[in-house]
Ligand binder design. Structure first.
Ligand code: F0G
Length: 436
């Protein structure tokens, strides 16, 4: 029988724990944990067919773009613990104008903003909450730059669990905060940054027996693997050359790399795409670390800054996993400025697609990587848009009206601005404007 276990990610340790242990780090060496399975899938061709067939099935689990692929995440022993809001099922979208801006002949977006709570976090949260139910937990907690909390609030409430969220006061967008309130989360705004609050929440969770649902939770990572599995399914198992994503706490790149390795090892895809992680310039500790190519220890950034608040993280917990996945896929890490993110975001909007600021770091990064020759003009590239356009309307209004200011106080140029025009209630004068 296939057995799921928690295994220490550190190559020198690899200590194993029962899948039902409530731990978030290896108790022997402190390393990160991952979910491992004693058996792998044998008949890839058969599963590809089955997963396709399930798309026509009306039962909740089959309609989920996560649980439909449950053979790739077989950690649950009882399907009754599944709570689904029909997450996943996000589209691949071609964007001609955005590809030209990125210096590519062709570019495809996988838009995770189409998820029920508007971000990729839903793919992982459905799994994290299922595990919480299986463990008999009543309360779940996370610190968040906004999307994790919105997602956790939704799934916990849907599951009948109590969500408790911790957010850095004044540093998350209203769209995300509003979601948490509406979904019924006890919302604590702490006067500290994400990294400081994570330490606090870990201590409180342990003391009070609350289940922690940050991306250090390996079940979240299992769920986020399905972003890649679904992507490959949508591409008829033909992997692109590059997959580009923004990096914050580095959970998503860890999930993507694990999914790619597992799909490759089990014969679902013929080769590994290269992963490109893009960080915001003043919140880019992983970029700095990888640039030094292991010659320096990992250094956290004490006061990370960026208007892309989703990725405003200075001490990402999953960096050892992220490093492994970048190395395994011959990947790269790049950083982009506030102006580059803002302009790329407007270009994604002009393609009729739109996304939140952190997601736009992908296109800004692609533009840099093609200019440097790292990514070739005719490369087959998929960029993952991690969050919905409506998550952060203040940013959008600021950009288009020329009032957006970077954290250092400098104005962001409204390069592709589209200012609303105030007009009098006067047909003749409005007609004059429209004739121009
Ligand atoms: N994009 C968006 C829209 C995000 O919300 C996040 C992370 C990321 C990218 C980065 O992903 O952390 O896996 O590297 N948001 C977290 C949150 C931290 O609390 O919502 P990562």
């Amino acid at each position: 029988m296939n057995k799921a276990e928690l295994t220490c990610f550190e190559p020198g340790c690899r200590a194993r724990y029962a899948i039902t242990e409530i731990i978030y780090n290896c108790t022997k060496c402190g390393g990160l944990l991952e979910v491992t399975y004693t058996e792998s899938i044998r008949d890839a061709a058969q599963w590809k067919r089955t997963w396709r067939e399930r798309r026509c099935d009306n039962s909740p689990a089959e309609q989920s773009g996560v649980w439909r692929y449950r053979e790739m995440i077989p950690f649950l022993d009882d399907p009754r613990h599944i709570v689904t809001l029909r997450e996943g099922n996000t589209p691949l979208l071609d964007a001609k104008t955005a590809s030209a801006y990125g210096g590519l002949a062709r570019l495809t977006f996988k838009h995770q903003g189409f998820n029920p709570s508007g971000s990729f976090k839903d793919n992982g949260m459905t799994c994290g909450v299922a595990q919480a139910k299986r463990l008999g937990m009543h309360r779940v907690a996370c610190v968040s730059t906004g999307n994790t909390s919105a997602s956790m609030a939704a799934y916990a409430s849907a599951a009948g669990l109590k969500p408790i969220i911790f957010i850095p006061h004044g540093n998350i967008s209203y769209g995300k905060l509003a979601q948490a309130l509406e979904y019924g989360a006890l919302t604590l705004q702490v006067e500290a940054n994400f990294d400081q609050i994570l330490k606090l929440v870990r201590t409180l969770s342990e003391q009070l027996g609350i289940y922690l649902l940050n991306s250090i939770n390996p079940f979240r990572i299992e769920g986020q693997k399905t972003i890649i599995i679904e992507m490959m399914d949508q591409r008829d198992w033909n992997p692109p050359e590059w997959i580009v994503l923004p990096g914050g706490n580095l959970g998503n790149v860890s999930a993507f790399g694990k999914a790619l390795r597992e799909l490759h090892a089990q014969g679902f895809i013929p080769r590994l795409p290269r992963l490109a992680v893009i960080q915001a310039e003043k919140s880019a500790p992983f970029y700095e670390y990888m640039r030094a190519a292991g010659r320096q220890p990992f250094r956290a950034i004490e006061k990370p800054e960026t208007l892309a608040t989703a990725i405003k993280i200075g001490d990402p917990v999953s960096w050892p996993k992220a490093q492994h996945e970048i190395n395994t896929t011959n990947g790269v890490v790049e950083q982009v400025t506030e102006q580059e993110i803002a302009d790329a975001k407007a270009r994604i909007g002009l393609a009729g697609i739109g996304c939140e600021p952190a997601s736009a770091a992908t296109l800004a990064g692609i533009r840099k990587l093609t200019a440097a020759g790292t990514m070739s003009r005719d490369a087959d590239v998929i960029a993952v848009l991690t969050g919905n356009l409506l998550k952060d309307p203040d940013y959008i209004y600021g950009y288009h009206t020329g009032t957006l200011k970077a954290p250092d106080g400098r104005s962001i140029e409204s390069t592709f601005g589209n200012k609303p025009v105030v007009v009098p209630n006067d047909t003749a004068r409005i007609a004059a404007i429209l004739r121009n």
